[in-house]
Write a new protein. Sequence first.
Length: 334
Amino acid sequence: MSEVVTGDAVVVEVRVAQMPSRALAILIDLAVQFAVLIGAYALLNAFAPITDAAMFSTVMVVFVVLVMVGYPVVFESLSRGRSLGKLALGLRVVGDDGSPERFRQALFRGVAGVVEFWLLWGAPALIASLVSQRGKRVGDVFAGTIVISDRAPRDSSPPVVMPPQLAGWAATLELSQLPAEVAQAARQYLSRWHDLSPLVQHEMGVRIANQVAGYVSPAAPAGVPPHAYLSAVLAERRRREEARFAQQLGLATPPPPAPRTQPFPHPPPGPSAQPGEHPQPGPYTRPDQHTQPGPYTQPGPFTQEAPPRQQPRQGPYPPPEPPQATPGGFAPPR
């Protein structure tokens, strides 16, 4: 993954194409160009007896230039940064700011490609791609472009879903200061959340949520658990990235997030609640006896709560020490 800064000063993550896929795409394009040149030579050679040598040489030189330069320029200009090889492997050429490739940029890349691939057998392109952090060849450096992959890799982790109670709050977030490594740590935590023990879920969630809260504003509503807070931030970040790319590529803009329909954290009554009974716990409340306030109903997302009540214990062994509150205000699960 790499970050690009758009003209609106928005940081967007893109997936830079890897060297093997780019090399295979170039080989496919070169094979197509060779096939076209061989066919053109055979066609012109059939008319050689009725034409003079100067005319034959001139037409052949013009046709070779058109195939070498015109093929990548025409295809990438008309298909928004895709040649036949890139189309087969799911690659695309975009500007350094993530914008679609322009004709001027395609022309620079096409002219540089003649020198890189046809005259010097791809040596400058290979060296420049290995040196560049984004895998740029010489043509990309002069044209101000980058090759990205449109095909996302297979990911076994479940997608991050926006909690409905936090959709309205998440739409007001300022996410431009959130570093990519912090967002990646939050994403890995959510993907492994179901495999962790309750105590590790809580402690790790509070630590990562405090890190994210240092870069994101405004603060979360009262009573938000760490995993719900991180899910809302990452889901909103993903939605804005998709909307930005859709706008740049001229596609339809994704629908805006659903408005918040109820205040948080008071949960709606459960499906089996009857009049006069206590309501069922909501999706972000901690189940407890009767209607005692749980740790997620205290003011603020990461505020300190009162120590838990002691439970009488029978037997010859002394009672265990009460759990200590972790930094951030959430008591660990018992």
